[in-house]
Design a protein around this ligand. Sequence first.
Ligand SMILES: Cc1ncc(COP(=O)(O)O)c(C=O)c1O
Length: 352
Amino acid sequence: MNPYWSQIARDLSPYVPGEQPRIADLVKLNTNESPFGPSPLALAAMRAAVDTLRLYPDPEATELREALAAHHGVKPEQVFVGNGSDEVLAHAFVALLKQPKPLLFPDITYSFYPVWAQLFGILCETVPLDGEMRIRVEDYRREAGSIIIANPNAPTGIALPRTEIARLLEDHPDIPVLIDEAYVDFGGESAVPLIADHPNLLVVQTMSKSRALAGLRVGYALGDVGLIEALRRVKDSFNSYPLGRVAQAGATASVRDHAYFGETCARIVAGREAMTRELRRFGFVVLPSSANFVFARHPARDGAELAAALRQRAILVRHFNKPRTAPYLRITVGTEDDTSQLIAAAADILRG
Ligand SMILES: Cc1ncc(COP(=O)(O)O)c(C=O)c1O
């Protein structure tokens, strides 16, 4: 190990993102990106913003926060924006989730949560999913300093109804509860309407999936002004300008383009249903997904082996090599053509 590393750097086990290979003609279904481009209005706004790059961006991202507030029916002071929801989540871990009692999250969920917990020295406990890979909110009735739940969960894609999130909040009125809604726009029920009655609820969303802006890095949090103030305190102790001018302009225009958003989300939901039907036809067990991906296993094939065989056929999917997830593949919903290629390759592999 390099002798100049701090103890913190030595102790880390960093998150490993899905591959971004530089190979042409790949069917890339491994990182839950949108197969459609961003809103044309967002592209135009970003091109125009390039001419203003001499100047620092608005540190408060006022226009973007106003657009998001209008979209979600909250006040601009209830909106916090950051450089991807990963950054917003990281700030929330420091600002809210680090408590003397443990942070609870599911044993199978976004694998960045334990990484932030380690980085920030946060005591945490995992709560197992049930036998059908579902989150049961009654399992969270235990001593806790804070809770984070991805809804829909990743990588399972299974969503909890809003009534269940309300139950979780009723059980835990005195601790911060964060709901990570990275995939909510593909059929989940957002917890945003619960914010009005729950000053301990923070909802985090991203523009990377449903708004096809993964490369721009824009995420945001919605919650009571008291929670947002805590996030701002952390942000302003770290980087006053997390979102550049191009990102602010593109994200704002995207939020205002309701028609394109609705149309592309509906196409992905239809694509997910088609992909699920086709995979089931070939014997895959597919969990009921409310996200832009499915989590599927084949009873006769090993998950790692299937992922490798698909890769040989230029199709990338994500495989998580942990005991309960190892049989599964997480497959992003791509275009109709991507799904046809996936299904043809799977059929070919299963014949062999
Ligand atoms: C559950 C969940 N939360 C948050 C993120 C982070 O998204 P981003 O940083 O692109 O906004 C992801 C990305 O895959 C995710 O799966």
